[in-house]
Design a protein around this ligand. Structure first.
Ligand SMILES: [Zn+2]
Length: 336
């Protein structure tokens, strides 16, 4: 994939920004240029390396940070929103925009000291062995690229239109699932969809259950949000990771199929009462490292909670450990 800034035509440019996460090496910031300045979509992780990549990228595309009138961030993950506090500190004219459900994400984002202990408790309740969850009890300092977030200057809702210039708008599609405040944006001038992490090439976006305070049904939301993209006839789609997707609607359909199969796999594992930890061990490949095992458990929980909320499974508490059991006679799951 390309790792240098590129002019994609029609006033749109992409700036790949390196990020310090395993597996995902780059995040794409996009610029949409209008008559009187630039909208920046996502901004990369906080830190010098990201900042340099962003500013050099803007220069390569013929702009600079002074030209940015609006920063719109697709969702509250640090590789997308991390640099926002620094950018708006340094350039007070930038209007920082996110979806209104950022109110649900911010209290968690801004309390990293609580993540470890609350995850340890969730692991314990869902059947993980003590040696897995005990290390999370000690609260650890967040990484140095983690910076706390102030609320955005302006929040938007589904259907709102973000101004690029007098002619051009970015229409907001609220697409929760990967994250509760996630939005995609449709460019009124070209019909291009900026899909954030909602529709990605090659990999299926992570959809993890992170507690009911943030989102009680992330997979249900994700599926509904994917159906919108599948049925919306979207073509050219610019994702936040990886390269251009030619047929966004078709890619959304593929991701839906993945989850339909995965839901069927999960249902088949809970014919007898089974913990989420044990289901994870059956439906994910073995020998995952701790980081990936953690993501796998959260993904499994988003599937099991979807089945439960859909009436296909029940959850029971046995000696303070939660178990799931299938209530469905049909072992397959059929998404709309
Ligand atoms: Zn993300």
């Amino acid at each position: 994939m390309t790792t240098s800034p590129e002019d994609l035509g029609d006033g749109i440019g992409v700036i790949p920004i390196p990020i310090p996460f395993k597996g995902l090496d780059w995040v794409n910031a996009y610029v949409v240029a209008g008559d009187d300045g630039v909208v920046l979509i996502d901004c990369g992780v906080d830190g010098e390396e990201g900042y340099d990549a962003l500013t050099h990228g803007l220069t390569a595309l013929g702009h600079d940070l002074g030209a940015v009138h609006t920063l719109v961030v697709s969702h509250a993950h640090p590789d997308h929103v991390g640099l926002a506090p620094r950018l708006i500190d340094e350039h007070p004219a930038i209007r920082f925009v996110m979806h209104e459900r950022i109110d649900r994400a911010l209290p968690i984002y801004n309390h990293p000291e609580e993540w470890g202990p609350s995850f340890a408790e969730a692991c314990r309740r869902h059947g993980a062995p003590r040696d897995f969850w005990e290390p999370f009890l000690a609260s650890v300092d967040p990484p140095d690229w983690w910076r706390l977030l102030e609320p955005p200057h302006e929040t938007v809702a589904d259907g709102d239109r973000i101004r690029v210039d007098d002619e051009r708008r970015l229409e907001v599609l609220y697409t929760p699932g990967h994250e509760i405040a996630h939005i995609c944006l449709r460019d009124s001038a070209t019909g291009i969809l900026f899909s954030g992490d909602h529709v990605l090439p090659r990999i299926t976006p992570y959809v993890g259950w992170e507690g009911p305070e943030r989102d009680p049904d992330p997979l249900g939301n994700f599926i509904a949000s994917l159906i919108r993209i599948r049925d919306g006839g979207f073509g050219t789609t610019l994702p936040a990771h990886g390269t251009l997707i030619e047929r966004g609607a078709a890619r959304a359909a593929q991701i839906l199929l993945h989850h339909e199969r995965r839901l069927g796999d999960a249902l088949a594992e809970i014919l007898e009462p089974t913990t989420a930890w044990d289901v994870t061990g059956e439906i994910f490949r073995p020998n995952l490292d701790v980081f990936n095992k953690r993501l796998a458990l959260r993904e499994t929980l988003s599937h099991l909670e979807y089945l439960r909320l859909d009436g296909k499974a029940e959850q029971t508490d046995r000696a303070d450990i939660l178990h799931y059991r299938s209530l469905s006679r049909d072992p397959h799951v059929h998404l709309p």
